[in-house]
Design a protein around this ligand. Sequence first.
Ligand SMILES: C[S@@+](CC[C@H](N)C(=O)[O-])C[C@H]1O[C@@H](n2cnc3c(N)ncnc32)[C@H](O)[C@@H]1O
Length: 291
Amino acid sequence: MATANHWFSPNMSTPTVIVALHHAQTQLQATSASPRLDAELILAHLLGTSRTRLILIHHQPLTDTVAIAFAAAVAQRGLGVPIAYLTHHREFYGFDFYVDQRVLVPRPETELLVEIARHAALHMGAHTIVDIGTGSGCIALSLAMHAAAPHIVAVDISADALAVATINRKRLNPPVSVDLVHGDLCTMLRPAPVIISNPPYTLIDDIDANVRQHEPHMALIGGGDDGADYYRRLAALLPSHLARPGVFACEIDPRQAAIVSALLQEALPDAHVSVSDDLAGWARVVRAAIG
Ligand SMILES: C[S@@+](CC[C@H](N)C(=O)[O-])C[C@H]1O[C@@H](n2cnc3c(N)ncnc32)[C@H](O)[C@@H]1O
């Protein structure tokens, strides 16, 4: 007899697409805000098709292999595993990124940092952009796809994250060079005119339980009472690593706008420091420009 968690077992006749989706949706109702969408995304991924094409094959029976894999992935989703880790896809800035448990799932609010870096680099005619804490490579590669500078350097301290960024660099094949560098912040790099970062900035107690359980802590936890330790380290590096003219921009938690602005102003006393809001109206990026 199928249970809520195991609605398919190999000794059952395989369900059709529509029946499998119905069971999965029912199973995910308690834990997901979008149970139907989740089920469709997972099944489309396993069938190697698009979500919209599922309707055309809705009476087709699944193979045993797909039905078993689908049941397993739906169970994982029920435990809070991000959908992007199950489908290995995440759209960011209009590009399709490969993601898995080795990297933070790119968030839509981070697209603002790409916009600001792209604008700054084009305006300055910057030869290099440095992205610190690149993770999946979503920021650096989005900039590279738009040829925001002829040379992009993406750093991460996690060799696992760099392996994922390498997959994305190969898949996207950007028109400008993207160096993926293993290291601590920008300590090993020469001065660059545009430096950006979405560093770990969250306090462990503020992290959503599912995020805390499934996404890499090295990508999330900022350190210090205010989660701002990475900004302190970055600010200390800027006088020697940001070229003149130059722009540094970083993503923040909205509550960190004042502390991060003050850190950057103290590190670069002649900088023009400003804060930009994301589309939801939250302070999201702090920018420091020096002449
Ligand atoms: C918040 S995630 C950002 C990932 C990606 N840039 C994005 O926006 O989705 C922070 C990243 O910083 C990396 N990181 C943590 N400490 C670092 C350090 N000391 N030097 C370089 N990268 C670091 C983590 O491995 C992680 O990939």
